[in-house]
Design a protein around this ligand. Structure first.
Ligand code: EPZ
Length: 434
């Protein structure tokens, strides 16, 4: 198992290219099941999660070809023939988003058997909304021995579905299935995360009829088949936001390229309040901060998009550990997403957590220590804290990072961070969960 070692104290200067979004790529990959024609995804991040989902798709008979294209990395998916519609526990357990193959398999073939994903470190994360929505689309669903068996021998039927609350995964999952349902589907209280807009636009490129993209009501007119085509994955706003926090923490001047400033507005607004200089550019932002001047503590509450992203909460908390004053952080999306707090405290941070609220009292300095990554975004928060911690911070369980951050040590190292990967024995699969 690899670890990452950071020596704190270097300011960052340079430029970091943003990769394609993991959370868009893995849904677009699942969408390749909906068509018997090739789907080319460009601007594809090469991550443990995309590799893993590629292997799952191959089990269904999808051919997956990674290659270098004009616009960087790309992957061609060809689901001409679906030879299996079974997704075993061992695979779904390791990456819960692989549950989202259920709807596309069902819509394309009329049947599927997919393991329930189980819980995860950041919360219970049930999939009841997904199952209710597919049932409303006419699927007959049975839960047995930890598996969801779904059949729709005469195809899915359009329906009006109002989600009880906003769910990114349930919106994407139902959207994909509804593209091939007979008649009209209306999804109310749909999530509006940019990755859903990306998926919907790709589906439209494939021949789907979808209205209301980027709003909370999606209207899908089912079609009998979808075509293939080529689609460029949207930039990763969470990766971008993480490097913005890293630059704000270490100080210096860093330019993020190949991104979109508008997608991280809720983060950059808070950073400006805190004293960071942020300049939007045509394809990203420039982050500037004088390391001699302490940032001011700012409160945040995580919300669905366009609110402050839960996937940036840990990184923001890391930044607040050395700000002047007390920052109150509310986590409203997941019930257990403060696992990084005790690890940050090992570096000298002062944090108290009560239910969904964390109070971070800024300290003058952090001190390096061995720490353990608990999930993907938590692990990058430890890297961010390590950038200013005196001495050496060594972060274990780096496989979490590798699920969602492409060449992190290379990207930060190119800007002057003293960071390196220490090789350990390989880990099977992407790890445990997400
Ligand atoms: C997606 O998870 C992302 N994952 C998460 O990113 C992200 O944190 C989350 O959306 C919120 O933005 C992927 O896109 C692969 P939800 P998802 O359904 O779809 C509850 C990362 O680090 N819920 O919007 O699972 C759920 O438990 C990951 O990249 C139900 O109760 O999130 C949670 O409390 C972590 N029943 C809330 O809703 C359901 O059927 C929001 O979850 C579905 C969800």
């Amino acid at each position: 198992m690899d670890s990452i070692t950071v020596h704190g104290g270097s300011t960052l200067h340079g430029s970091i290219p943003v990769s394609g979004a993991k959370n868009s790529a893995i849904k677009l990959m699942a969408a390749s099941i909906l068509t018997d024609q090739p789907l080319l995804l460009t601007n594809m991040p090469r991550l443990a999660d995309t590799k893993f989902l590629g292997r799952l798709l191959q089990q269904f008979g999808v051919s997956v070809t990674e290659r270098d294209g004009d616009d960087g990395q790309e992957t061609l998916f060809d689901a001409r023939e679906i030879t299996s519609t079974f997704a075993p526990y061992d695979l779904v357990r390791q990456m819960r988003a692989s549950f989202n193959v259920l709807g596309p398999l069902l819509a394309r073939t009329g049947h599927a058997r997919v393991s329930l994903p189980g819980g995860c470190t950041i919360g219970a994360r049930p999939v009841d909304l997904h199952i209710d929505a597919l049932t409303r689309l006419g699927a007959s669903i049975h839960l047995e021995e930890g598996y969801v068996s779904a059949v729709a021998p005469d195809g899915l039927r359009g329906a009006e579905i109002e989600f009880p609350f906003v769910s990114v995964g349930a919106t994407e999952h139902t959207l994909m299935a509804a593209t091939l349902a007979q008649g009209t589907t209306v999804l109310k209280r749909a999530a509006r995360e940019p990755e859903i807009g990306d998926l919907a636009r790709c589906l439209v490129m494939m021949g789907a009829r979808i209205e209301g993209i980027d709003t909370d009501t999606l209207v899908i007119e089912g079609v009998t088949s979808l075509t293939g085509g080529s689609w460029s994955v949207i930039p990763d706003r969470i990766e971008m936001g993480s490097y913005v926090c890293a630059a704000a923490m270490a100080g210096g001047e860093v330019r993020l390229t190949r991104g979109r400033a508008g997608l991280i507005q809720s983060l950059t607004d808070r950073l400006v309040e805190s004293g960071v200089e942020i300049t939007p550019t045509g394809d990203g932002v420039i982050v500037k901060r004088d390391p001699a001047v302490r940032l001011r503590a700012v409160d945040v509450a995580t919300e669905v998009y366009p609110g402050f992203a839960t996937d940036l909460q840990a990184q923001f908390m890391a930044l607040m550990t050395t700000a002047e004053g007390v920052s109150v952080i509310h986590e409203n999306i997941f019930e257990n997403r403060f696992m990084h707090a005790p690890e940050l405290m090992r570096l000298g941070a002062e944090i108290s957590v009560h239910a969904g609220e964390a109070r971070v009292t800024g300290v003058e300095r952090l001190k390096g220590a061995p720490v353990m990554a608990t999930d993907l975004r938590a692990s990058v928060s430890l890297v961010i804290a390590g950038l200013v911690a005196e001495g050496e911070t060594s972060i274990g369980r780096v496989y979490h990072l590798d699920r969602g951050f492409e060449r992190l040590e290379e990207k930060l190292g190119a800007c002057g961070a003293d960071i390196r990967r220490v090789k350990g024995p390989p880990v099977e699969g992407p790890g445990d969960d997400h």
